[in-house]
Design a protein around this ligand. Structure first.
Ligand code: ADP
Ligand code: ZN
Ligand code: MG
Length: 474
């Protein structure tokens, strides 16, 4: 009877070397308040100068979501006082953002899809950080002035599932474009969730509540569930108008509730006005051509994998959702191995061996090495079973594939002379079985193969063993 309506604001920290309006480095693990200058400390008289790289990355994003790029955009001043913002205002883009009217496609498990409209993406400066240390609070301004791209969706999402799909796709695109780390835990991908409900069929939008401070996909799902339940209950109890107001709420993961943080400011409270210290932002046609060059995106890559490698959509999506995974796979494929083997050895064998902090970005076995291992199976040097031992060895001890095969003594014997000798020995030792086999007990063939494999300690090439035994047993 109710429909859930959700719109998201996502703050993406752009991975530029320097800050938005000054040349201070953006790196974080530095001593507090050392990455600062008169501009980001907001000392009187210091003037901001726009970092071109921020513009470049914003245009790349706009291009990736098929948006309109405003070749002329403006900065605005949003006034508010908070100790982590020494200027007492934030420079942002309210009236004419650099990116407008984009769209992002989400795909459901049942094969259907939906387009989520992006209202805008604008450039703004981040604040510093307040650090609360017992009775004392401190301010670290290293982050002040770091460039953010705030991506604002239309209220097009109707469930927590759609929200998760949208965020995962957005995250994936940022990583493919390499314009940000997009790390939720570290705060370089911050999500504000706006939630309202309405009777099904109703077209108008009802009061939205904004939930901030949620730093994992699981918590976002949970916060939505809790907030929707709270609004529905208020409606059913007849107290919706009294209890549900436009406000900012915090998600408390310990108490499992959302609670009021502050009333939502109206735009008027911020006294927005055009930023007098900056010129309008102009992107020339030449800059447009340069900035709108973007790499292949996850959807295109997935379609290409399905087409070129004859894999199903599920496998292709596993390989393409994270850019590091896609690059790893592509690097393996350059070695001329089969896609099917590359897929299995990457997703099942290699990933199955990841523990703790180890993942595709820091795997001790890199793509070329894993590809060579697969190649050694394909050219008959080792069996698939032996390759698993080789991979264990490489994960633990490192080194190269061929030496590992030698060290472990796993080279498959395809040398017919050696296998023939073993076959002869097995046949001689089992004359009774040979007679039975020749008189029609076909099933015994497996017994002979097994004995030969055992004698060779698994190193004989099974196809060669089969051929030789067939010839000898008749
Ligand atoms: P603010 O910065 O004041 O939160 P924005 O316009 O930047 O305002 O963001 C508003 C967000 O809230 C957008 O993502 C929009 O889609 C969403 N939104 C607006 N109205 C509703 C509503 N009634 N229900 C849910 N989401 C809404
Ligand atoms: Zn600075
Ligand atoms: Mg908001």
């Amino acid at each position: 009877m109710f429909e859930v309506v959700i719109g998201l604001e996502v703050h993406v920290q752009l991975n530029t070397k320097t800050k938005l309006f000054c040349s201070c480095p953006t790196s974080f693990n530095h001593k507090q308040n050392t990455n600062t200058c008169p501009t980001c400390l907001a000392l009187p008289g210091a003037l901001p100068v726009l970092n071109k790289e921020v513009l470049h990355k914003s245009v790349m994003f706009g291009t990736a979501v098929s948006a309109t790029i405003n070749q002329t955009s403006y900065f605005d001043r949003k006034s508010y006082f908070y100790p982590d913002s020494p200027s007492a205002y934030q420079i942002t883009q309210l009236y004419t953002p650099v990116v407008e009217h984009g769209k992002l496609r989400i795909d459901f498990e049942d094969g259907t899809h939906k387009i989520i409209r992006i209202n805008r993406a604008h450039i703004e400066a981040d604040a510093g950080k307040n650090i609360h240390d017992g009775p004392i609070s401190k301010v670290d301004l290293n982050r002040a002035g770091t460039p953010l791209l705030e991506i604002v969706s239309e209220p097009d999402m109707r469930s927590a599932e759609e929200v998760t799909l949208y965020l995962k796709k957005l995250h994936s695109i940022i990583r493919y474009l390499d314009i940000g780390d997009a790390n939720m835990q570290e705060g370089s991908f911050r999500v504000d969730v706006n939630v309202s409900i309405r009777p099904k069929g109703d077209e108008k939008l009802y009061t939205r509540v904004e939930i901030k401070n949620i730093n994992s996909f699981r918590f976002i799902q949970r916060a939505i569930e809790l907030e929707v339940a709270r609004q529905i209950e208020a409606w059913e109890d007849g107290v919706y108008a009294r209890d549900i107001c436009q406000e900012t709420r915090l998600f408390d993961q310990v108490k499992q509730e959302t609670r009021s943080m502050r009333g939502k400011e109206e735009a008027a409270d911020y006294r927005y006005f055009p930023e007098p210290d900056l010129l309008k932002v102009v992107i020339t046609d030449e800059m447009m051509r340069e900035y709108s060059k973007i790499p292949e995106l996850p959807d295109e890559k997935m379609a290409r994998f399905v087409r070129d490698y004859e894999m199903n959509e599920y496998s292709a999506s596993v390989l393409t959702s994270a850019v590091e995974m896609a690059h790893y796979f592509e690097s393996m494929m350059e070695e001329g191995i089969s896609a099917k083997n590359a897929l299995a050895w990457l997703t099942t064998e290699l990933q199955g061996r990841f523990k703790g902090e180890v993942n595709i970005t820091n795997s001790p076995v890199e793509a070329k090495k894993l590809a060579l291992l697969v190649k050694r199976i394909e050219d008959g040097t080792i069996s698939g079973k032996a390759a698993k031992d080789v991979l264990d060895f490489l994960m633990e001890k490192g080194g190269d594939v061929d030496s590992a095969i030698d060290t472990l003594g796993l080279k498959q014997v395809s040398d017919t002379g050696a296998i023939e000798a073993i076959c002869d020995a097995i046949i001689n030792a089992n004359q009774d079985k040979v007679i039975e086999y020749r008189s029609g007990k076909d099933k015994l063939f497996g017994f002979f193969v097994g004995q030969v494999m055992k004698e060779s300690k698994g190193s004989a090439n099974p196809a060669t063993v089969n051929d030789i035994l067939k010839a000898k047993l008749g």
